[in-house]
Write a protein that binds this ligand. Structure first.
Ligand SMILES: Cc1cc2nc3c(=O)[nH]c(=O)nc-3n(C[C@H](O)[C@H](O)[C@H](O)COP(=O)(O)OP(=O)(O)OC[C@H]3O[C@@H](n4cnc5c(N)ncnc54)[C@H](O)[C@@H]3O)c2cc1C
Length: 402
C-alpha cells in the first residue's frame, strides 16, 4: 500500500493551493455577499484558472488539455473547495464533462466540440437532467415511464427537435456547452427511452432562463433554461436510446469522488480556521484549545475529515483503474464526505462561539456551503439506497474494493 502522492499530484496540488491562497481567499467573502447571481459569477477567476490549466485539467493532452487522472482532480478539487465551494463546482463540472469528451463522444463530435471548449478561457459545461417534476427520480432508483422527465427529442429527418425546461443546473445558463438528457421514447423507462444530446449555448431554440438565488455555492450558478423547438443534427446525439445507464455507470466513473472532494475542502477550511481561532482566543485564563471540550471538538473534526479523504482517494483510485465497484465506493465517499464536512462546519461554529455566525468570520459561509452537498449530486438518501442496491444485488459490489 502506498500513501505517497505522485510528483504530478504534488505539482497540481501546489498550483491549486496557491490559487486558493492568492486569488480566492482575499476576495471570496465580499463576492459571496454580492446580491445577484449574475454579479457573483467569477469570470476573472475562471480565466485565471484557465491560464494555469485548471479549467481543462481533465481534457486529454491530445486536445490541448492537461489530462490528469481522477485522483488528481480530487486532490485539486479539495484545494479549490478550501477557497470556495462554488468556484470548485464550476471547475468540477468541466472536469466531469471531460470524461464525456474522452469516452462518450464519437471522433467527429470530439473534433467539433472539444477545440472550441479548450480555446475559450471562459467556456464551462453543464449537465442538464433535473426538471421541476424530476429530481431524485432521475437518479435511477425508481425508473418507470411515468417519471416526469418531460424534455423531449423528436426525430425529424436528419435532425432531432428538443423541447422542455431544465432547472437547478450547475453552470446552467452560463455554460457554453450542454449535455442534456431528453426522452426519445416516452413509452419506455428513462434508462431505455432517454438519451444525451450535446447542445452548444448558441443553438437556435436554446434560451437561457434565470439563475436560482440560494444560500450555498453562491459563486456558482444553478440555472433554469429552456429548449424551444431546438433543432440539432442527429450527429449531436451522444448517448443513444437504451444506453442512458452508461452515463453514470461507465462515462462518469469519478464524478461522485470529485464532488466529494470539493465539499471535503469546505470542511477542511472550517477546521483550519477553528484550529487557528482556538489557539488565539483566550477564555478562562488560557487559549480555548486548552479546554478539553474545545480540543475534543477539534479532534473529532480532524478524525472525520481524514477518514473522508482516504475514502475519496480510494474511490478515485478504483475509478482510475476501471474497477467495476468504483461507482459504489464513489457513492459512499460522497455521502460520508458531505456529512463529515457539514458536521465539521457545525463544530467549527461552536468552537467560534458567537463569532461562528458573524460576517467578520468565514465559518457561517462554510456552514451554508457544506449544506448543499447533503442533497446536490443526488441526495444522500438516494446515494445510499443506490449503493445498498448494488451491494445487495446478485453479483454484489465488493466493499473491500481491491
Ligand atoms: C447545488 C445543486 C447543484 C445541482 N446541479 C445539478 C446539475 O448540474 N444537473 C442536474 O441535472 N441537476 C442538478 N441538481 C439537482 C439535483 O440533482 C437534485 O436537486 C437532486 O437530485 C434531488 O432532487 P430534488 O431536489 O428534486 O429533491 P427530491 O427528489 O424532491 O427529494 C426530496 C426528499 O425526498 C427523498 N426521496 C425522493 N425520492 C426518494 C426515494 N425514491 N426513496 C427515498 N427517498 C426519496 C430525497 O432523498 C429527499 O430527502 C443540483 C442541485 C443542487 C442543490
Amino acid at each position: 500500500m502506498e500513501f505517497q502522492l505522485t510528483e504530478e499530484q504534488l505539482h497540481w496540488r501546489a498550483i491549486a493551493r496557491d490559487f486558493t491562497e492568492q486569488v480566492i481567499k482575499p476576495d471570496v467573502l465580499r463576492r459571496d455577499r454580492l446580491p445577484t447571481a449574475e454579479e457573483r459569477i467569477p469570470w476573472d477567476w475562471i480565466r485565471a484558472a484557465d491560464a494555469l490549466g485548471l479549467r481543462t485539467l481533465g481534457v486529454s493532452k491530445e486536445f490541448g488539455g492537461v489530462g490528469v487522472d481522477i485522483a488528481t482532480m480530487c486532490i485539486v478539487g479539495e484545494e479549490l473547495g478550501v477557497g470556495d465551494l462554488g468556484f470548485a463546482v464550476i471547475m468540477d463540472q468541466c472536469w466531469k464533462t471531460a470524461h464525456l469528451f474522452a469516452d462518450a463522444m464519437t471522433p467527429e463530435q470530439q473534433q467539433r466540440f472539444i477545440p472550441p471548449f479548450v480555446a475559450d478561457p471562459e467556456a464551462t459545461t453543464a449537465i442538464g437532467i433535473t426538471e421541476e417534476g424530476v429530481g431524485s427520480d432521475h437518479q435511477g432508483y425508481y425508473d418507470s415511464p411515468d417519471i416526469e422527465l418531460h424534455m423531449s427529442a423528436v426525430r425529424d429527418g436528419d435532425d432531432y427537435v428538443l423541447n422542455g425546461t431544465k432547472r437547478y443546473i450547475s453552470n446552467g445558463s452560463m455554460a457554453r456547452l450542454y449535455f442534456i438528457i431528453a426522452r426519445i421514447d416516452k413509452t419506455k423507462t428513462l434508462s431505455e427511452g432517454g438519451a444525451v444530446f450535446v447542445i452548444p449555448h448558441d443553438t437556435p431554440g436554446f434560451r437561457a432562463g434565470f439563475f436560482h438565488e440560494k444560500s450555498s455555492q453562491r459563486l456558482a450558478t444553478n440555472g433554469t433554461f429552456h429548449l424551444e423547438d431546438c433543432r440539432v443534427p442527429v450527429t449531436n446525439l451522444m448517448i443513444g436510446e437504451g444506453m442512458l445507464g452508461e452515463l453514470r455507470g461507465k462515462y462518469l466513473p469519478g464524478s461522485k469522488s470529485e464532488a466529494a472532494a470539493t465539499v471535503l475542502g469546505v470542511g477542511r477550511a472550517a477546521y483550519e480556521y477553528a484550529l487557528d481561532y482556538a489557539k488565539q482566543r483566550v477564555q478562562g485564563g488560557k487559549p480555548i484549545i486548552e479546554h478539553q471540550a474545545v480540543a475534543l471538538m477539534l479532534g473529532r473534526m480532524a478524525m472525520s475529515l481524514d477518514a473522508a479523504r482516504l475514502q475519496i482517494w480510494k474511490a478515485a483510485w478504483l475509478a482510475d483503474r476501471g474497477h467495476p465497484d468504483a461507482r459504489v465506493h464513489g457513492l459512499l465517499a460522497k455521502v460520508n464526505a458531505s456529512e463529515a464536512a457539514f458536521e465539521t462546519c457545525r463544530l467549527a461554529a461552536e468552537v467560534l462561539g458567537g463569532a461562528g455566525i458573524m460576517h467578520e468570520h468565514p465559518v457561517e459561509k462554510y456552514l451554508r456551503d457544506a449544506a448543499s452537498f447533503l442533497h446536490s449530486d443526488g441526495t444522500n438518501q438516494l446515494c445510499l439506497l443506490r449503493a445498498v442496491r448494488a451491494i445487495s444485488s446478485q453479483d454484489g459490489a465488493e466493499l473491500y474494493g481491491f
